[in-house]
Design a protein around this ligand. Sequence first.
Ligand code: HPA
Length: 307
Amino acid sequence: MSDSSGSESEVDLTLTERATIVVDAIREVIPKALHDPAVAVICGSGLHHLADALSPEPRCEIPFSELPYFPLTTVDGHIGKLVFGYFGTVPAVCMVGRIHFYEGNPFDMSVFPVRVFSVMGVKSIIVTNAAGGLNPDYKVGDLMVLNDHINIPGLAGWHPLKGANDPLFGPRFLALSDAYDLELRKKFFDCARDLNLTRPIHEGVYVFVSGPTYETRAESRMLRLLGADAVGMSTVPEIIIARHSGMRVLAVSLITNEVVTAPMPKVSDGEADLSAGKANHEEVIAAANAAGADMRRLVLGMISKLI
Ligand code: HPA
């Protein structure tokens, strides 16, 4: 496999053609038993161990760097590879390390892996992420199953479906009022109950912001006022592309920090602790690592309920 993203003869290739080239390249190197994953899992920040739940045989890993058209991930905690294998009896692909909009990729390329999954025949996708809790009831380590989202960049014109529509994937005007599959959400809660998980699991609204800065206090208050329960820099573009391709979607946020919404203390308030609750990437990764085992059990249990 080689990087073939730049040659002039390829400039006019459609997304479908590019995704098909990648699928052919993948199928050249993975065993036949892995050619048709039914489920894709996108592993969020610090959640790359989800792929450890794939059975050891047959199993095959391909770094993004060996795939044509795949942008490279540049973020600590995001390794950048596809791992093919089986969750129990279910053929699956895990995307370990995701490609974010804030890394400078054009939107259609940051979601390109989901197009590739669609061409491979993936029917359901589980998208995980690390998110900041805006809802005051949410604590670090809680989970939130997404039941809706607010796409701030999308509302402002930065949308992953902007530009020519490829009808081979889906419609020009896509409805998103049913983006989060009710059946899959029910199964997720059943699964958590079967596993006797004590970790609180909420259901709520995720707001997508472009990042890479964490939010100011005033921005956080605004996002909460808009109706969001958790905030993050990923997931929504992938979900839109998955729905455009007709996949069923389950998305889960791990709350890795409690977002500071209290107004900035004024000079007249005297000395104030400004560091309290200040978000940082290390805290996000640490919280994700601590929840890794539960997330693995949930994803594994969930996938056995999908087929
Ligand atoms: N804001 C945005 N993205 C995030 C956060 C946050 O507080 N925590 C983890 N990802």
